[in-house]
Design a protein around this ligand. Sequence first.
Ligand code: ZN
Length: 324
Amino acid sequence: MLGGARRRARGALLAASGSAVAGPLERAARRSGARAGVALVYHRVGDPPGDLSRELLPALGSRLFAEQVRYLNDRYRLVPASRLLEAASERRTGDPFPVAITFDDDLRSHVVTAAPILARAGAPATFFLTGACLRGPHRFWWERLQEACDRGIDLSPLGIAGPGADVHELGRAVEALPARRIDELDAALRGLAGPDPEDAGLRAEHVAALAADGFEIGFHTRRHYPLLGLTAAALDAATAEGLAELEEAAGARLTTIAYPHGRADGRVAGAARAAGFGAGFTGAPGPVTPESDPLLLCRVSPSYASVGELAVDVALAVRSAVSR
Ligand SMILES: [Zn+2]
């Protein structure tokens, strides 16, 4: 993880020169027979753009997102997440590398902002959803935590971090808690942040609309617990609970999963495989290659700053597969 100052310096440099650097990298990689692809993990797209320094999940501005999609569509072969490993394995010398655009969490911005931009570009994408808001508004703990922080509410009585902790420190502290404690904390945050706004999350009709527009729906688990700390029984429950309801809304079987908080290991992957999933995505950076475990596929986080930085990050992921 880069520190804030280093990340901003890298971002500024690559905003100016990233596309010029990435072009030759990507073209050189394309001349190789490397069998590789890249998955990207987006969250909220919308305006005004958010601020990574004080938001857990800031919005990526719609104009920047549209420019990133256009860049990826020009240089790479966009595929749904379920097809990425196969597309990487089939790649031949000279072919563009396959890239999967994916989204996590049940955000209204998926249907309002991201999907129309993707549709205009003719770009496929995969939305990993929990299904927690199919019937009514629902926010997850990090959204309530963000609101409480934005409103300047003192969270030290919750006992998760010392006074003066910023939203990122608080977020990391909550993620490290056992599932039962997260539920208790969520209830406390609900009291502090107030009721969920009417437009929070995706209803069944929104999921159906995404599917009808040709987008792929994947599973993100109903309760979004960090999976690494769960018992075997809780892990089996997490890969099954709410799945049928989300499949009904999507009108299709869901074969692809993205693990909450991007974290999984061999045990989590085994549970996902046993539950019938064919592809599983983490948040670990890196390329997808034929040697990847299909249930532990990497995803690269796209730049919040520029097309240039995204271009370099994708090209570097591809190049790392060439030099293996
Ligand atoms: Zn998530």
